[in-house]
Structure formats: structure tokens, C-alpha cells
Write a protein that binds this ligand. Structure first.
Ligand code: GDP
Ligand code: IMO
Ligand code: MG
Length: 425
């Protein structure tokens, strides 16, 4: 019996999960997304081409790998159809190749879920979450509120009635907001997409994944968002609405905790966040702007500028603890190539104390980062392809992080392309 390896983000998302899942996919028989929805934007680059995936697992470009959209994911049929149409146009048709299945128990994002998301954000004004407006929160609310519609429901004869009942509820809620909308166009696209996704095989993800394990096949669970956006442990309420941590892989696929194998924790050599909420190491100055420009830190899903700052070790330690990380993956080292000095936050000063954890009241009392200066490597690392060619100062930075975090860094990424990836240990 094999186990499920998990790869997930340790920061606020956009760590480079898509790239690394693609790089690792030849080692796996199945790649399975377990939570989130099209709020995710996972970027892959190879052979001079770039793809952004929102719902589809990042193993889709590997010939032999099967891909599963798990029960914990929320699916917008319109976006899923668009993703599949784009892949087909680019010569990668996962349906024709039989490389994609979706969980019957995955919940559907309705056009009215998006309206509710937008109406709510509009009402919150400057206190808004900064959601991706994809309807994620309202869809998970209907899931836990036991109102939701699932992929498997689309084949029932009374699907349309069920849909109408839920939409009536949503319209009733929307009537309490000062919010104008026109549903007709979206609704037509929704039903067209529902017909389309009936062509993708529907499976019970719990049996599907455990069946793979029983046959000794290898499985990698692909996370979306990041640990600090987890609904329980993130900077609530500035979080997403799912469990982005390893535990989410268990509930989002239907695997028991003792079936979890390696846990790959992925992080940037610095830190970013998109949307509202606390960010202790944020650099609201020209250094932050340099990170944004050099790192092309603009959202893959919404195009919004990402907030940038130095690496935050208390936050990373917290994420490692929550996830049981066994191996680290460091991304975007090349973005720091030009800096004379880089900084790492080792502690926070908070309410007159020096602490090394994320405090509960991080929303109301901004912790001040205690920064350690580290000499930069001042070398272009984008073409480094051998471990021996890694600049000494970059190796020192990695060794420092390994000592602090007490987990080995197994992979180092030095550019967006598949080939710009080094195995360290
Ligand atoms: P994900 O959501 O975790 O999959 O990450 P995103 O795709 O949203 O954001 C990561 C961005 O960084 C994408 O534009 C990637 O192409 C890019 N990227 C990934 N790894 C590297 C790297 O090592 N160096 C640079 N410069 N860019 C990278
Ligand atoms: P990937 O998988 C970065 C952020 C939003 C917002 C908050 C809630 O590409 O790393 P939501 O739409 O989920 O209700 O928004 O979470 N957010 C992300 N930030 N990367 C993501 O996904 C994100 N998905 C959601 O910006 O602050
Ligand atoms: Mg992303």
C-alpha cells in the first residue's frame, strides 16, 4: 500500500505550487486537487509556453498522469469549461486523453454565489476581505449550511428545480443589499457548462484515491491557496473558506490521516500576499516595489498587485507545525539576485514582548518584525543548473533557513520554467 504525498503552500498563496506539481508529476500516477476552487491560479511554464490553471490539477501536462478534482474543491462549471477549452486549443485535451475525473461530491459554484460574494465585499467597503470574487465563501457556506448542489446532482432529473430553489434563496438574501445584477447571461452559460462537464467522468474520490493506494500507485495531493489563508488557522477573517492544510487533503479527498506520506511545504525566498489582512513583514516602500517588479508579483487569477515583504520565519514555523512538513521547497530565489542585503524576520515585537509565533490579536495589534540582515549573492542564478554552481551566499541563506525551520530544503527554484529547478538533498 502506498501513501498520499501532499504539496501545499506555507505562506499566503502563489508560492509556485503549479510549477512544482508539474515538475514532480512524472513521479506520480495521480495528482489530486483537494480544496479551494477557481480562486486559485497555478502557473506552469515549459517549452516557451505558459499556462494558468484554476481548477484543473497541475499534473495535466504529463502524459501518463491521471488528474482528479476532489470532493473538497468547489467547481465553477463555466470556468472549468473555459479551462478545458483553452487546453484543447493548445493541443492538450484532457477529456479526449481520459486524464481528468471529477468528484461527484464536489460542490458547484452558482452564478448567484458570485453575486453574493460581490455584494458582501461591496457592503464591507474598506474592511473587505479582498476576495477573488469567484463565489468561494458563499459556496462553502452553502456546503456547510447543507444547502449546496454537488457535481453528482447534475445528473438527477430534478436538477433544475434544485437549482431554482437555491437561487430563490440567494435572491432573497441579495434583496437585502443595495446591489444590482443581471443573471440571464451567466445563467445560460452555467447550464451550457453543466451539460459540458457531464462528459467528464464522475467518481467517488474516496474510493478512487484509496483504490490507487491499494494498487500500489503513487498519489500527490495538490493544495491551493496557502496555510496562512486556512479558515481555522489563517489570519481570520482575512482567509479563504477551506482548510488549506494537510488535514484538508484528508477531508478533501477521503483519505485517512495515516495514509499521508511526505508533506512538501513550498515557500518563496521572500513573501507575498494578495487581498486584505495582516502581513507583518510587508514592505510598503521602494524595496517592496522592487520585489513586485522583479518577481512579477501580479495575481495569476485577478491581475491584482501582490503585496511584498521579507520572509517571515515565525509564520513559516507555524505553517510547518500545522502541516507536518517533511521537505521544504524554496521558490523564486532569483528574484533576490540583485540585492546587496536581504532580510529575514526571526521574531515579532508584540505588546512589549519578543515572540516567535503568530499572535491571536494579529488583526488588531500589528506585530513589528525583528529582522536579521543576510548578505545577498549578487549573482544571476536563473541559469544555474547544477548544485555545485549555486553561489555560496545563497547556500548560506538556505542553510540558515534549514537551521531555523528544522526541515531540509529539497528543491530550489531559480526561474519560472520547469527546467529551472534544482534538487538539493
Ligand atoms: P501558485 O498559485 O502557488 O501555483 O503560484 P502562482 O502561479 O500564482 O505564482 C507563482 C508565479 O511565480 C508564477 O508567475 C510562476 O510562473 C512564477 N515562478 C514560479 N517559480 C519561480 C521562480 O523560481 N522564479 C521566478 N522568477 N518565477 C517563478
Ligand atoms: P493560489 O492557489 C493568493 C486570497 C484572496 C483573499 C482571500 C479570500 O493561486 O495560491 P477568496 O476568493 O478565497 O474568498 O479570497 O484569499 N486568495 C488567494 N491569494 N493565492 C490564491 O490561490 C488565493 N486564493 C484566494 O486574495 O485575500
Ligand atoms: Mg496562484
Amino acid at each position: 500500500m502506498t501513501q498520499v504525498d501532499v504539496l501545499l503552500g506555507l505562506q499566503w498563496g502563489d508560492e509556485g505550487k503549479g510549477k512544482i506539481v508539474d515538475v514532480l508529476s512524472p513521479q506520480y500516477d495521480l495528482i489530486a486537487r483537494f480544496q479551494g476552487g477557481p480562486n486559485a491560479g497555478h502557473t506552469l511554464e515549459f517549452d516557451g509556453k505558459k499556462f494558468v490553471l484554476n481548477t484543473i490539477p497541475s499534473g495535466i501536462f504529463n502524459e501518463k498522469t491521471m488528474n482528479l478534482i476532489g470532493n473538497g474543491v468547489v467547481i465553477d462549471p463555466i470556468i472549468l469549461k473555459r479551462e478545458l477549452d483553452n487546453l484543447k486549443t493548445a493541443g492538450h485535451d484532457p477529456i479526449a486523453k481520459g486524464k481528468l475525473v471529477i468528484a461527484r461530491k464536489a460542490h458547484l459554484i452558482l452564478p448567484t454565489h458570485q453575486l453574493l460574494d460581490a455584494a458582501n465585499e461591496q457592503k464591507m467597503g474598506k474592511d473587505k476581505i479582498g476576495s477573488t470574487l469567484k463565489g468561494i465563501g458563499p459556496t462553502y457556506m452553502d456546503k456547510t449550511g447543507r444547502n449546496g448542489l454537488r457535481v453528482g446532482d447534475t445528473t438527477l432529473p430534478d436538477f433544475k428545480e434544485r437549482y431554482n430553489r437555491l437561487v430563490e434563496k440567494h435572491k432573497e438574501i441579495l434583496s437585502h443589499y443595495d446591489f444590482e445584477y443581471d443573471l440571464r447571461e451567466k445563467e445560460a452559460a452555467f447550464f451550457e457548462a453543466i451539460d459540458f462537464i457531464k462528459n467528464i467522468p464522475h467518481v467517488d474520490s474516496e474510493h478512487f484515491v484509496n483504490g490507487y493506494l491499494k494498487e500500489g500507485k503513487t498519489v500527490l495531493a495538490e493544495g491551493a491557496q496557502g496555510t496562512l489563508l486556512d479558515v481555522d488557522f489563517g489570519s481570520y477573517p482575512f482567509v479563504t473558506s477551506s482548510n488549506t492544510t494537510t488535514a484538508g487533503a484528508c477531508t478533501g479527498l477521503g483519505i485517512a490521516p495515516n495514509k499521508v506520506g511526505s508533506v512538501y511545504g513550498i515557500f518563496k525566498a521572500y513573501c507575498t500576499r494578495v487581498g486584505g489582512g495582516p502581513f507583518p513583514t510587508e514592505l510598503d516602500d521602494e524595496v517592496g516595489e522592487t520585489l513586485r517588479q522583479v518577481g512579477h508579483e501580479f495575481g495569476a487569477t485577478t491581475g491584482r498587485a501582490r503585496r511584498c515583504g521579507w520572509i517571515d520565519l515565525p509564520a513559516l514555523k507555524y505553517a510547518i507545525m500545522l502541516n507536518g512538513v517533511t521537505e521544504l521547497i524554496m521558490m523564486k530565489a532569483d528574484v533576490l539576485d540583485g540585492f546587496d542585503t536581504i532580510y529575514a524576520c526571526t521574531h515579532y515585537e508584540h505588546n512589549g514582548e519578543t515572540i516567535d509565533y503568530m499572535p491571536y490579536d494579529i488583526i488588531t495589534v500589528k506585530p513589528k518584525p525583528v529582522l536579521k540582515a543576510i548578505a545577498g549573492w549578487k549573482t544571476d542564478v536563473t541559469k544555474v543548473s547544477k548544485v555545485a554552481d549555486i553561489p555560496a551566499k545563497l547556500s548560506e541563506y538556505i542553510a540558515f533557513l534549514e537551521k531555523e525551520l528544522e526541515v531540509p530544503v529539497k528543491y530550489l527554484s531559480v526561474g519560472p520554467d520547469r527546467v529551472q529547478t534544482l534538487i538539493l538533498n
